[in-house]
Design a protein around this ligand. Structure first.
Ligand code: CTP
Ligand code: MG
Length: 229
């Protein structure tokens, strides 16, 4: 199933505390952003990449695209204040396609198998998101006191990619903008239209590089993959 991908890359990486956009930090010498881009560059089902960027970082990112031979980028629209705005600015710049994936540029370990499964389910059902089962016991806490233990079997930790029929996500993003709704993922925008969203079981390796220790885990995952060829 062919798709185009939106990669929000216009954050500032505050929690990483690196004093710059964390996507430029290296994992085994290559910037995080380039690891992510290479996955989609190599995936034959990916027919176009849309990168939301900070205007002041655009020229540098264009240099990186050339240096790493990334050829599928169709546009680098300006990102916004929140991630949702950055994604929306890509959706507005795109031509209509059948399936669109949204994937955090800060998740450089997604695999082609999971991407393919998401695109397939989105084609069949309209909306599919990646997630993994919660591993720990989950409790709701008020102040410092346990209010409730939540039954774990129904709990999933949600990741990206999130895949949609393009018209469904575009409509959901337009409606959210109109009413001023801010979600923490794309699925929330679609859920509030009353549309079912399906889960695709992903991998615990699909980490988001968020804080310093994630870089250590990230390099360990890369080394393992290099060793496995
Ligand atoms: N992002 C974006 N536009 C924003 C905020 C985030 O395009 N206004 C992107 C980030 O670049 C990242 C992805 O959305 O690839 C996931 O966001 P997150 O991990 O929160 O990254 P940052 O917002 O950069 O980090 P922090 O929240 O720690 O500042
Ligand atoms: Mg953020």
């Amino acid at each position: 199933m062919q798709y185009e991908v939106v990669l929000p890359a216009a954050g500032s990486g505050k929690r990483m505390g690196a004093g710059q956009n964390k996507l430029f930090l290296p994992l085994l010498e290559k910037p995080i952003l380039m690891h992510t881009l290479e996955i989609f560059e190599r995936d034959h089902h990916c027919t176009g990449i849309w990168l939301a960027v900070k205007p002041e970082e655009k020229a540098f990112i264009e240099e990186l695209l050339e240096r790493y031979h990334i050829t599928k980028v169709k546009g680098l629209p300006a990102g916004g204040e929140e991630r949702q705005h950055s994604v929306h600015s890509c959706l507005k710049a795109m031509e209509q396609v059948e399936i669109v994936l949204v994937h955090d540029a800060a998740r450089p370990f997604i695999t082609q198998e999971i991407i393919a499964q998401l695109a397939k389910v989105a084609y069949e059902e309209g909306a599919a998101i990646a997630g993994v089962r919660a591993k720990d016991t989950m409790k709701k806490v008020r102040g410092t006191v346990i209010a409730e233990t939540i039954e774990r079997d129904s709990l999933w930790m949600i990741q990206t990619p999130q895949a949609f029929r393009f018209d469904l996500l575009a409509e959901a993003a337009d409606v959210a903008e109109k009413v001023g709704f801010l979600g923490t993922d794309e699925a929330m925008l679609v859920e509030r239209l009353g549309h079912e969203v399906h889960i695709v079981e992903s991998s615990y390796e699909n980490l988001k590089m968020t804080t310093q220790e994630d870089l250590l885990f990230g390099e360990a995952i890369l080394r393992k993959r290099v060793n496995e060829g």
